[in-house]
Design a binder for this molecule. Sequence first.
Ligand SMILES: [Zn+2]
Length: 211
Amino acid sequence: MKQKIPCFCDNTFTVEIPDEIDLDANPAYIDEIINGAFLNFTCPSCGKKHKPEFDLTILWPSKNIRFEIFQELGRGEFYRRKKEVLEKGPMKKETIISFPELSERILVYRDGLEPAAVEAIKYYLYVKAEENYPEEELDIWYAESRDPEGPLEFHIHGIKKDEVAVMKVPRSLYQKTLDDYRKHPKSEIFESLRVRSYLSVKNMMRPEELK
Ligand SMILES: [Zn+2]
C-alpha cells in the first residue's frame, strides 16, 4: 500500500509499505525491527528521518504466529473493540500495539522466550520500580539475554532523564514464572496480562476509562 508522509518542511512524500511481511521469507526484517531501522524514511526535500507507524500484518510461519500490528494511536480503539482483525488462516494471531512493542516481542521470540512469562516479569519489575520511584513515569522493556543460560536483561527508562537503567533478572526467576504459566495459564496474573489476542503488561496499567 502507498502511504503519504507529511514532513515539517511542508513537503509530503509517498512511500510504499508492504501489506504483509513474511519474516521467514525476508529474515533481514528481523534485525531491522529489533534495531529500530524498520520502515524508516528520509524526507527527500529536507533530509529529516521519519519513523512512522502503520497498521500491518507480519507473518512468522516457523513460529506459527501472525502479528497484527496497530499503531500506538489505535490503542484506545482497540480497547473499545473498534479495532480488531478477524482470524484468517491457521497461524496464531497476536495483536501488537506500537512499533516499540513489535521490536520487543520479536526479540523475545528470537531469544526463544515465552512472552507471557516475560510480561509477567515486567509486571513484577514495574511494581518494584514504582515502590522505589513513585514520582516517575517508568517504561520497562525486555532488552536481551546474550547468554542463553544467564540472566535476562531489562531496561528501565524514566528513572533519570536520558538514562536507561539495566536490570538483570536471574534465569531461575524466568524459569519459575514459565513453569507457573505452563501449569496455570489461566491464573489471575496471566489472565490480567491479556485482552483478547493482545498480551502486554500495559493491559494491567491502562487507565480506568479503557477498562
Ligand atoms: Zn522534509
